[in-house]
Design a protein around this ligand. Structure first.
Ligand SMILES: C[S@@+](CC[C@H](N)C(=O)[O-])C[C@H]1O[C@@H](n2cnc3c(N)ncnc32)[C@H](O)[C@@H]1O
Length: 280
C-alpha cells in the first residue's frame, strides 16, 4: 500500500495533536490559509477540493463566501473532526495519490497537505483528473529547514536526547519539507500535466502569542503534539523518569525564551505559494 508510513503517522500521533490543538495550529497558520484562498477567490459557484484537509479549516473559511467543496484526508480522525466543523462540505478518508477523488471541482486548494506523497507526480495527476478544464490549483508548502527555524528550535533539545538521534524533517523527503525545492515542485506539476505553474515565496509570521501570552506554552504544546515530542515522550521519558522529564521540558522552554521576537514566540514561516491551471 502506498504512503504507509505517513498513513500510520497521520492516523495516530499526527491527528491526535492536530485535532486536540486545532485552535493553536489555526491561529499560528492563519496567514497561510488566507494566502491560499486569496488566490482562488472562492464564490458561491465554486466547488473546491481541499487535499490533506486536516480538520477542515480551508473549507470552513471558504464556506463564508458561499463556496462548497470536498475535503480529502488520509487520516480518519482528521476527517471526523472536519465533518463536525463544516457540515456544509463533504469529507472523505482517501489517499490523494491513489484513490479516485470524484469531481469535477473548480479548484484544488491545500494548506500544507501535499508534501507527504511517495509519488508526487502520480498524486498530482490524480488530483488533476478531479479538477475541471481550466480549473485552478493553489497551495502552500514549507521552504527548507534553513529558512524555517520552527522545525528545529526547541525540538532539537528533545531530539538530542534520543539515541540514536532521529534526523527530524529532511528537505525533499515525504514529510513537511518534501517540497522545499521549487524546481522539484515545477517538475512535479508539469510532469503531472498542470500548466501555468507559478512558485513564489510567501513569508508570514507564525505567531504563538496571538492569545496575549508569550507563546512559550503554546509552542511547547505543539512540539509535544508532533513527531519530535511524541518520540521523546515515548523513548526518553520512561528512561529518565518524571522529574528529569519536567527538567528537560524546562530546557525546551528556556531555548524558546532565549529566542523570543518582540516578547513572544514567533517564527518567520517561509513557504512557497504555488498556483497552476489544469489545461484539460
Ligand atoms: C500538516 S497537516 C495539514 C492539515 C490542514 N491542511 C491544515 O492546514 O490544517 C497535513 C495533512 O495531510 C494529510 N495527508 C498526508 N498524506 C496524505 C495523502 N496521501 N492523502 C491525503 N491526505 C494526506 C494528513 O493526514 C494531514 O491531515
Amino acid at each position: 500500500m502506498a504512503n504507509e508510513q505517513m498513513r500510520d503517522y497521520w492516523a495516530s500521533i499526527g491527528a491526535e495533536g492536530w485535532v486536540r490543538h486545532k485552535h493553536i495550529f489555526d491561529s499560528e497558520l492563519a496567514p497561510f490559509a488566507a494566502a491560499v484562498l486569496e488566490n482562488v477567490r472562492p464564490g458561491p459557484r465554486d466547488r473546491l477540493l481541499d487535499i490533506g484537509c486536516g480538520t477542515g479549516t480551508l473549507l470552513h473559511l471558504a464556506a463564508e463566501s458561499g463556496a462548497s467543496g470536498q475535503g480529502v484526508d488520509i487520516s480518519p480522525a482528521m476527517i471526523e473532526a472536519a465533518t463536525s466543523l463544516v457540515p456544509s462540505a463533504t469529507f472523505v478518508v482517501a489517499d490523494a495519490q491513489t484513490d479516485p477523488l470524484g469531481g469535477p471541482f473548480s479548484a484544488m486548494i491545500s494548506r500544507f497537505g501535499v508534501m507527504f506523497f511517495e509519488d508526487p507526480v502520480a498524486a498530482f495527476a490524480n488530483i488533476r483528473r478531479a479538477v475541471e478544464a481550466d480549473g485552478r490549483l493553489a497551495f502552500v508548502c514549507w521552504r527548507g529547514l534553513d529558512e524555517n527555524p520552527m522545525f528545529s528550535l526547541g525540538t532539537s533539545v528533545l531530539l538530542d536526547r534520543i539515541d540514536p538521534r532521529p534526523p527530524g524533517p529532511v528537505d525533499g523527503a515525504p514529510g513537511p519539507l518534501g517540497f522545499a525545492d521549487p524546481d522539484r515542485i515545477r517538475s512535479v506539476l508539469t510532469g503531472s500535466g498542470w500548466a501555468d505553474v507559478s512558485v513564489e515565496p510567501f513569508d508570514a509570521m507564525c505567531d504563538y502569542g496571538r492569545d496575549g501570552t508569550d507563546g512559550v506554552e503554546n509552542r511547547l504544546t505543539m512540539i509535544l503534539g508532533t513527531s519530535a515530542g511524541s518520540m521523546a515522550s515515548a523513548n526518553v521519558r520512561p528512561q529518565i523518569g518524571e522529574e528529569a522529564w519536567a527538567a528537560l521540558l524546562d530546557d525546551v522552554r528556556a531555548e524558546l525564551r532565549a529566542n523570543l521576537v518582540d516578547g513572544r514566540v514567533q517564527f518567520n514561516g517561509a513557504t512557497w505559494l504555488v498556483t497552476a491551471r489544469n489545461p484539460g
